[in-house]
Design a protein around this ligand. Structure first.
Ligand code: 5GP
Length: 223
């Protein structure tokens, strides 16, 4: 599947693609869950990863956990809409899932890193991108350490990666500073509402033009 095909498929549906990125510890998982609860028609793209499941993570819901061999085979087969190596593991988004969801008119939420966002923007330039910033680097460190899920090495790697990702937040259309979870959720919901309305508004405008326009004009616009 090449990028032109992806653009055509995405353009044929009315679904919008929302990309959420954040350094680990910025509260992205909670924000994603809140968004999915608020918008019952939003589809979450469950990523594939080669990392080990954490306790409480469910295969098929949090991630599809696959082997490195399977992941690499799928790279060769062109099955990923995007993929990246993050913290020493592979993560990828299924191109088939994404294209089908968008073509059927669904809004889709992707929780991916900056490198993945860059690749998706090339294939789907209309994607709505949101970056979640932690309030301060100190708070980020506290959050990662207090999870108690990672070794010292992994914590340091995550913090380094966070710095690198935050430096690229200019790539994103919206940036939310997660000072208060309540406010960050409200802001995120507002952004999604705004873009969903935008789609509806454009669709209505197009419909109106077709009704008002003469046959000749309609014909011309169809060509
Ligand atoms: P974690 O291992 O903490 O769940 O995720 C680590 C990082 O990988 C996060 O920044 C997350 O957004 C990113 N990630 C999760 N799924 C994907 C994916 O499918 N593609 C890319 N590029 N990044 C992903």
């Amino acid at each position: 599947m090449n990028a032109d095909n992806d653009n055509n498929i995405a353009a044929s549906g009315k679904g919008r693609l929302f990309i959420l990125s954040a350094p680990s510890g910025a509260g992205k998982t909670t924000l994603c869950r809140a968004l999915m609860e608020h918008f019952s028609d939003m589809l979450y793209s469950v990523s594939y990863t080669t990392r080990e499941p954490r306790k409480d993570e469910k295969s098929g819901a949090d991630y599809h956990f696959i082997s490195k061999e399977d992941f690499v085979t799928k790279i060769k087969e062109g099955k990923w809409a995007e993929w990246a190596e993050v913290h020493g593991n592979f993560y990828g988004t299924s191109a088939e899932f994404l294209n089908e969801a968008l073509a059927s008119g669904s809004n889709v939420l992707l929780d991916i890193d900056v490198e993945g966002a860059r690749q998706i923007l090339k294939r789907y330039p209309d994607s709505i991108t949101v970056f979640i910033m932690p309030p301060t680097p100190g708070i980020l460190r506290n959050r990662i350490e207090s999870r108690g899920a990672d070794s010292r090495d992994v914590i340091e790697r995550r913090l380094k990666n966070a710095e690198r990702e935050m430096a690229q937040s200019g790539l994103y259309r919206h940036v939310i500073v997660n000072n208060s979870l309540y406010e960050a959720i409200a802001e995120l919901v507002g952004i999604v509402e705004m873009h969903r309305k935008g789609v509806r508004h454009e669709a209505q405008k197009r419909k109106g033009q077709r009704v008002r326009g003469s046959k000749a004009q309609s014909k011309k616009s169809e060509e």
